[in-house]
Design a protein around this ligand. Structure first.
Ligand SMILES: [Mg+2]
Ligand SMILES: [Zn+2]
Length: 188
């Protein structure tokens, strides 16, 4: 049977926002991130990272680096008994300097392509799922597939909170990922 998922934005939500994260030294976990993911695992929620990585399209780093960063995240979580069930990223940008990535794709958030792909591959019930992110476009991607959204105040979250989106209505606005997980565990 399909399970609900929690789609986590990466930069500014699971790890600190670092502009274009292009070196592993700049990949900094929030102190509660591993615990937060482990709580979701224990609640039998599918945990999926969904991240726009336009730095690939802009030629700032290569897809190999994104894979390396995700292996690093996997290992760090595993060391704390936590697990991500899938990593999905969009390498595209409409104004990419690298032609292969220059397109208006269906996977760059707020487009919901990555969520749909994860749902098909991991048997996820989107209408019972959640999105956690620090940008309105994270929540908008979720809204487009019927998932509830939680905005966190880390990363760009405070700035986003100060400039409400015209259409996107968050189910909750909380300080950080751990609070988002607490909220989700009560709501799901
Ligand atoms: Mg973010
Ligand atoms: Zn894309």
């Amino acid at each position: 049977m399909s399970r609900p998922a929690v789609f986590l934005d990466r930069d500014g939500t699971l790890v600190e926002e670092a502009g274009y994260l292009d070196r592993l030294e700049r990949l900094v976990f929030f102190p509660y991130s591993v615990d937060a993911v482990r709580l979701l695992n224990r609640a039998n929620l599918v945990v999926v990272i969904v991240t726009n990585q336009a730095g690939i399209a802009r030629g700032i780093f290569k897809e190999e680096f994104v894979s390396e960063a995700h292996q690093h995240i996997r290992a760090r979580l595993a060391a704390g008994g936590a697990r991500v069930d899938g990593f999905y990223y969009c390498p595209h940008h409409p104004e990419a300097v690298i032609e292969a990535y220059r397109q208006s794709c269906d996977c760059r958030k707020p487009q919901p392509g990555l969520l749909k792909r994860a749902a098909a591959e991991l048997d996820i019930a989107l209408d019972r799922s959640f999105v956690v992110g620090d940008r309105w476009h994270d929540l908008e991607a979720g809204e487009r597939v019927g998932a509830r959204g939680v905005l966190v105040r880390t990363g760009y979250g405070k700035t986003e909170e100060a400039a409400p989106h015209a259409r996107v209505v968050p189910s909750a606005i909380v300080d950080n990922l751990m609070e988002a997980v607490s909220w989700i565990l009560r709501a799901s």
